[in-house]
Design a protein around this ligand. Structure first.
Ligand SMILES: [Zn+2]
Length: 134
């Protein structure tokens, strides 16, 4: 059998490399919460999404943590006070709300309403379809 000049697997590896680069590019797009969207989110929630605290500095919290497959998008980020953000950390949101004796149902309903109102902006915001909680 003749010796190959080039390893046969190079093209496949190049394809994989290309696919990985493409995936990273898509990930960047999907994870793109703009400053404008963050302002809209804060205006829609008027305080901490979880405990309702207002007049405090709000942080961007991923409802479904990145570590659980959540993304940094307008549909998954809510304003949270430092206390809630630190306490929730990587917890699954509904279990955490229950442990904190916060109103889980009220949060989910409010969240749906906020996303709905963002969808009906004069210029509909992309990526505000209701997220699926795991
Ligand atoms: Zn809070």
């Amino acid at each position: 059998m003749p010796r190959r000049r080039y390893p046969a697997r190079v093209p496949a590896k190049a394809r994989q490399r290309y696919a990985r680069r493409r995936q990273r590019r898509l990930d960047r797009v999907d994870n793109d919460l703009t400053d404008d969207q963050w302002v809209l989110l804060q205006e829609a929630w008027l305080g901490c999404a979880y405990c309702g605290a207002d007049g405090v500095a709000l942080q961007r919290d991923c409802v479904m943590p990145i570590s659980r497959g959540g993304r940094y998008t307008i549909a998954n980020v809510v304003p949270a006070c430092a206390s809630c953000n630190a306490s929730k950390h990587n917890s699954e949101v509904t279990g955490w709300l229950r442990r904190k004796k916060l109103d889980e149902r009220a949060f989910l309903e409010r969240w749906a309403l906020v996303l709905q109102s963002l969808r009906s902006e004069p210029e509909p915001l992309e990526g505000t379809e209701a997220p699926v909680l795991k």
